[in-house]
Design a protein around this ligand. Structure first.
Ligand SMILES: [Zn+2]
Ligand SMILES: [Zn+2]
Length: 155
């Protein structure tokens, strides 16, 4: 393993994260070798990921609605175009409950898998990215359990 990293200059790359692509290159290398530890999480904050399109299934299942006169009076804005959600506009509600015009959010989700407002991550169709998401979720759960254990012993 060490020789693979040396041969491919991976150490050098990881110190020069200039491109958004690099964290993902790291992830693919780590996945290929079944190797993952904290370095993965430190080099791959959610900001460094992607952009990845949102999974087609997720997009298809987003609830669609037409803004009523009453809702239009709330003057909610679509953060993509910064326009109001006006009466008769067709809107989609993301899993995080943020709403956008259908015509604004669809091209966005076809490029990125995060909410433009709160950056909540949605599933993608990319297997490597999905592995990473699962890993991150497991790691978070484990840290949470360790924290609780620590607090119950020493808190
Ligand atoms: Zn819009
Ligand atoms: Zn959101």
């Amino acid at each position: 393993m060490a020789s693979y990293f040396d041969d491919h200059g991976v150490n050098e790359l990881s110190e020069n994260l200039t491109s958004d692509e690099l964290p993902l290159v790291m992830a693919r290398i780590l996945l290929r070798f079944g190797f993952a530890d904290d370095i993965w999480l430190t080099t791959m904050g959610s900001d460094g990921l992607g952009p990845y399109p949102t999974a087609k299934k997720v997009i298809e299942e987003l609830p669609t609605q037409i803004i009523t006169k009453e809702e239009a009076e709330k003057k909610n804005t679509c953060s993509v175009c910064l326009g109001h959600l006006e009466e008769d506009n067709e809107v989609k509600t993301l899993l995080c409950k943020h709403q956008f015009h259908t015509k604004c959010i669809l091209p966005w989700l076809e490029k990125v898998n995060t909410c433009p407002v709160c950056r909540e991550e949605f599933a993608t169709d990319d297997p490597a990215y999905e592995e990473f998401r699962k890993y991150k979720a497991r790691k978070k759960q484990r840290d949470f359990e360790l924290d609780n254990l620590h607090n119950s012993m020493f808190g």
